[in-house]
Design a protein around this ligand. Structure first.
Ligand SMILES: Nc1ncnc2c1ncn2[C@@H]1O[C@H](COP(=O)(O)OP(=O)(O)OP(=O)(O)O)[C@@H](O)[C@H]1O
Length: 521
């Protein structure tokens, strides 16, 4: 009797049913792995081909943060609104002149004052500006003058991984890949960026300061100030003209120096009491001549010889290297000597980590002979080592003093120049003064300026002191003249009292030290 192998069949069917999920699972894994392998291989092949294409056809230009070209490029990219579609921002309350092209609501740009800001003394007249600064974490493709470019950012410290890592003083080097067969495209981009930067920074003076680690010669901390008109600098006209002409002549005589084998650099030493306009002179000259300032303050004591050398080497030609408080360098040696001799009268002063030989080597070193203008300032000329003052290092020396009567007069006139039509003969008159009445008022200001300056004792007050006083009477020049004698007397009395207190303090200190020395003997 034929019986259909139901049981067998059903048994076999059950077996297959048990085995097939495992097989299909294994098959699934295998095919998934195979697919992954194929995708990975495909990706690698594409990458390999892309690298070959890049190596053959793409020109890569690197821009280093801290270098001028980096700033040119950044400005051009901001102007081209390359980051307009960025989704990653740093929100800052400082204001910069860069136009990132980010759409913001008007409220975001000038935030309305908050109750806490009002409490803190901000009465809402100058609300703080918030700015959305795009972060450059991902590569950007952009088109400029018909050519495609890619901008990518990498950190040199962190190897060659992607992403911008400019935190904590890390160097951020920008790599830009140019999709073009021609070098001329790259040149064109850099030249356009340079021109744009020059045009953009014309009304400003750029001051660069170094960031740590100084050994890397990184000047990426940038401060900009509006150019100061030459007239606003109140020093002797002859000094102003001499400095300006000297710098101009130097900048135009490179071949003269190279033909004679003389290092193409020029040193200027501006010395005098604090607040007499030394730094203001350098900023004014830089603005007038369109030069950037690379500023180092020697009294901060953070920079050592190696750092100074690297920083000075990184300053480009036709720029001003400003070394402020240069006496601190020589002074560190003096103090060490004083301490060694156990001199009780040596006063504590700011000490620089830079040694005199380190400074001299840095000034004379490689790179400084390429059109470098070195401006040094000091409050203590007598603390400077003669080696530093030698011609070739310091070629021009200018002494600054507290204001002369002529300076006080110029200050008064320029201070009230805008008020000639309103504060004197046309006081309380809201209509525009006629040229005749303005001329009369100007003559009156001149007369008052003469009277004012005759009361100011020569070389006793610095310009900021006088500015502070005039500011109190900024709407009334006559009142400024009326009160000046009383102000001078009060200030002189205060100064004398302070001097007496200091003398007494020093005497006491010397007494204590000599007593201690006697006891030791
Ligand atoms: N002769 C001047 N003409 C115009 N402004 C001046 C003059 N002297 C000082 N000032 C003003 O006083 C302030 C301090 O001046 P500045 O910093 O140039 O002094 P300094 O001599 O460099 O002082 P320090 O030795 O402390 O560095 C500045 O705001 C500057 O504008």
């Amino acid at each position: 009797m034929f019986s259909y192998p139901q049981t067998i069949g059903s048994g076999t069917g059950r077996g297959w049913a048990q085995v097939s999920p495992a097989i299909s699972y294994a098959f699934g894994i295998l095919s998934w792995r195979a697919l992954n392998f194929v995708i990975g291989l495909g990706r690698r092949i594409i990458e390999w081909v892309w690298q070959r294409i890049k190596a053959l056809f793409v020109i890569t230009a690197r821009f280093q943060k801290g270098d001028q070209a980096y700033d040119w490029l950044m400005l051009l990219l901001a102007e081209e609104r390359v980051w307009a579609s960025s989704c990653d921002f740093k929100v800052v309350t400082r204001s910069s002149r860069r136009r990132w092209g980010i759409k913001q609501s008007p409220h975001a740009l000038y935030g309305s004052p908050t109750p806490s800001s009002l409490k803190a003394g901000d009465h809402g007249s100058t609300p703080s500006r918030t700015e959305y600064v795009p972060q450059y974490r991902s590569p950007h493709l952009f088109r400029y003058k018909g050519h495609w470019f890619e901008i990518d950012c990498t950190s040199e410290r962190e190897g060659h991984s992607r992403g911008f890592r400019g935190r904590g003083g890390h160097r951020g080097s920008q790599r830009r890949s140019v999709y073009s067969f021609r070098m001329s495209t790259l040149n064109d981009l850099v030249e356009s960026a340079r021109k744009l930067y020059l045009e953009f920074s014309q009304p400003h003076v750029t001051i660069r300061q170094p960031i740590q680690p100084y050994q890397e010669g990184n000047w990426s901390h940038v401060v900009t100030k509006y150019r100061r008109p030459l007239d606003s600098l109140i020093i002797e006209e002859s000094t102003k003209t001499m400095l300006l002409d000297d710098v101009k002549e130097f900048l135009g005589s490179e071949s003269w120096y190279t033909d004679r084998g003389i290092p193409y650099r020029r040193g200027y030493l501006l010395h005098g009491p604090p607040g007499t306009g030394k730094t203001a002179t350098i900023y004014t000259l830089a603005g007038e001549l369109g030069l950037e300032i690379y500023a180092l303050t020697m009294s901060e004591g953070l920079i050592n010889d190696a750092g100074l050398k690297a920083l000075i080497r990184a300053v480009p030609s036709h720029a001003i290297l400003l070394l402020e408080d240069i006496d601190c360098v020589s002074h560190s040696l003096r103090i060490e000597q004083d301490e060694a001799m156990n001199d009780p009268q040596s006063r504590p002063v700011s000490k620089s980590a830079v040694t005199l030989s380190g400074l001299l080597n840095a000034i004379d070193g490689v790179g400084t002979e390429q059109g470098r203008l070195i401006f040094c300032t000091t409050n203590h000329l007598n603390h400077l080592d003669p080696a530093l003052l030698r011609p070739g290092r310091m070629d021009v020396k200018v002494e600054y003093k507290a204001a002369s009567q002529a300076q006080a007069r110029t200050l008064f006139t320029s201070f009230f120049a805008d008020h000639t039509g309103s504060s004197l003969s046309l006081h309380n008159n809201t209509t525009k003064p006629s040229p005749e009445s303005a001329a009369v008022a100007a003559a009156e200001v001149e007369e008052l300026a003469h009277e004012f300056s005759s009361i100011i004792p020569p070389h006793e007050f610095i310009i900021p002191d006088l500015q502070g006083y005039l500011f109190l009477h900024r709407k009334d020049p006559q009142a400024a003249v009326n009160g000046v004698q009383e102000w001078v007397d009060a200030k002189m009395k205060e100064r004398n009292e302070r001097k007496q207190r200091m003398i007494a303090k020093r005497k006491k200190r010397v007494g204590v030290i000599s007593e201690a020395m006697k006891m030791r003997k």
